[in-house]
Design a protein around this ligand. Structure first.
Ligand code: AHM
Ligand code: MG
Length: 333
């Protein structure tokens, strides 16, 4: 089998479609290299002394794990000096991180969740990195948080890495979705799935059902219908999976379909769900749409939401189109 590396894929994509300028290619390659480093640290586990809590909290008041902090540092350091970025933002940092003055600045802005699925770190379950790339607004001088507040449709690239039984990198630059597997011996990313497609129909859903008593009526109705199986209104049986790492749940959905949900609920009426819009929902929504799926907050397309703040939360329904449209319809009735 002829092996296509990430570099070759990016160069050829640029040649064919003119869609990946050199600076963006460099950016993607640097992020991919950082993911390789994170994958290495993750795989060492206790032997690398990377497990457990870092003894600090992030801006969302969540306890930071050592690997959350380490992965954030790896991504910052890798991306600072290349000249392709104006600024970065991360789940683990309260404010944006402009490129220090000692380095040249570029026209892109990078957002990431350095280590998604933090509750799974210490128990050896798949975790990952999610990233989103925006262009700096024209005429921007010193980047501010406001420059990042662009709707998801403006993303020029998005991707995630899963650190699981294999380490994979899933990427879109707006021209379909491709998956690369890390060849650990060679240290390279090899293209292993081209043009991933999410089937419109599915019999599998993902939701943290321990929150069922707090769900709002449209979500209750939808899940009740799925759970009533082939004797209920849907006339078929549904299976359920919940990994508690969005990267791993989304990766399953890209491979065999399904719907992933993290709805808003009645516990905290002013908090629309748990997941963050700019570095979790937007990149995943971009990838899922590029693979023929859909992504909404229950009412509207996630990619159309105008962000109000960097760490904004959003309800998420994404995956197989027909199911996402159905549950969105229940919210809008
Ligand atoms: P994190 O970025 O702090 O790891 O939180 C996001 C994660 C998602 O990966 C996952 O879908 C969700 O939180 C799981 O939440 P819960 O523990 O409520 O099931
Ligand atoms: Mg996360």
């Amino acid at each position: 089998m002829k092996r296509v590396s990430l570099t070759q894929y990016l160069v050829e994509e640029q040649r064919l479609h003119n869609s990946i300028p050199a600076e963006l290619r460099l950016l993607i390659e640097v992020v991919a290299r950082a993911c390789k480093t994170i994958s290495h640290a993750v795989s060492k586990g206790a032997l690398g002394e990377v497990l457990g809590s870092a003894g600090s909290e992030n801006v969302q008041g969540e306890v930071q794990k050592k690997l959350d902090v380490l992965s954030n540092e790896i991504l910052l350091e890798a991306n600072e000096w290349g000249g392709h970025l104006a600024a970065m933002a991360s789940e683990e940092m309260e404010t944006i991180h402009p490129i220090p003055n000692r380095y040249p600045k570029g026209e892109y802005m990078l957002l990431f969740d350095p280590l998604d699925g933090s509750s799974n770190i210490d128990v050896n379950v798949s975790i990952g990195t999610i990233f989103s790339v925006l262009k700096a607004p024209e005429g921007m001088k010193e980047p501010t948080e406001k420059d990042f507040l662009q709707p998801g449709v403006k993303q020029v690239a998005a991707g995630y890495a899963v650190y699981g039984p294999q380490t994979v990198l899933v990427l879109t630059t707006g021209d379909g979705v491709n998956c690369f597997t890390l060849d650990r011996e060679m240290g390279s990313w090899v293209l292993t799935q081209r043009d991933m497609q999410i089937p419109a129909e599915t019999k599998e859903y993902a939701i943290n059902a321990s929150n069922a008593r707090h769900w709002y009526p449209p979500v209750k109705r939808y899940i009740d219908e799925l759970q009533s199986g082939d004797t209920g209104p849907r006339g078929k049986n549904f299976n359920m999976r919940w990994i508690a790492s969005m990267v791993a749940d989304v990766h399953r959905i890209l491979n065999r379909g399904g719907i992933f949900m993290y709805p808003a609920d009645a516990r905290e009426p002013d908090k629309p769900g748990k997941l963050r819009l700019m570095y979790e929902a937007n990149p995943m929504a971009f990838i899922v749409e590029q693979a023929g799926g859909a992504a909404t907050n229950g009412k509207q397309r996630i990619l159309d939401i105008q962000p109000q703040k960097l760490h904004e939360r959003v309800a998420v329904f994404l995956g197989s189109k027909n199911e996402v449209e159905r549950v969105t319809g229940y919210h809008n009735e």
